[in-house]
Design a protein around this ligand. Structure first.
Ligand SMILES: [Zn+2]
Length: 201
């Protein structure tokens, strides 16, 4: 084939639009003709540069988007941590109380034994009763509370346990304990012993 024809075909060849037969002819010619080969190499180069630039265009907005998304993700995480942190710090569930920091007193009132819990380290006390385990409480403390002003969140908590059923019988079974869950231990207060002490038997 003549160089002119080959050069005419090259753009189509580079775009892989030429027939197999033409391809064979073109390749044969390129092996032997340096002028056409040069032309072909240049075309290939141009195409790969074009592609790289196209790819760059594709990548750039993606990178920008990722940075933006990342920023939002970080902001969201940080505000989440701050929110949860303040909640724990001011209102919330707080941290488990050490047994040394809680004073427990008990007394009789009406038909119940009352336990008074006082947190002595100056923090706000939360007392949680366990629904699944009878007579079980856990204690957490937080640093302060906006609710303090309304008296909802003091450092004291009272818990009453009824000791008689409708027939006036003591309901405690042998081994019934009030379980106080602290950070450092679970204190088991024997309810029968306390009943004895308070002379309700
Ligand atoms: Zn040629």
């Amino acid at each position: 084939m003549k160089c002119e024809i080959i050069k005419d075909l090259l753009p189509s060849y580079v775009d892989e639009l030429t027939s197999n037969e033409s391809n064979i002819e073109i390749e044969k010619h390129l092996e032997s003709c340096s002028s056409c080969k040069k032309e072909f190499d240049k075309m290939k180069e141009d195409i790969s540069i074009e592609q790289i630039e196209l790819n760059k265009k594709d990548i750039k907005p993606l990178k920008k988007l990722n940075k933006k998304v990342l920023k939002y993700v970080i902001i969201t995480i940080l505000s989440g941590i701050t929110l949860v942190g303040s909640y724990f710090y001011f209102f919330g569930f707080g941290w488990k109380v050490n047994s040394n920091d809680l004073e427990v007193t008990y007394y009789l009132k009406d038909d119940a034994i009352y336990f008074d819990f006082e947190l002595t380290n100056g923090r706000v006390l939360n007392a949680w009763t366990d629904v699944e385990e009878p007579y079980t409480m856990s204690f957490t403390e937080c640093f302060g509370s906006i609710l303090d002003d309304r008296g909802v969140h003091p450092n004291e908590f009272s818990y009453g346990i009824h000791y008689k059923n409708e027939k006036g019988e003591i309901i405690f079974k042998d081994g019934d304990t009030l379980n106080l869950k602290f950070k450092d231990k679970v204190e088991k207060v024997n309810l029968n012993k306390i009943a004895e002490e308070l002379k309700i038997n």
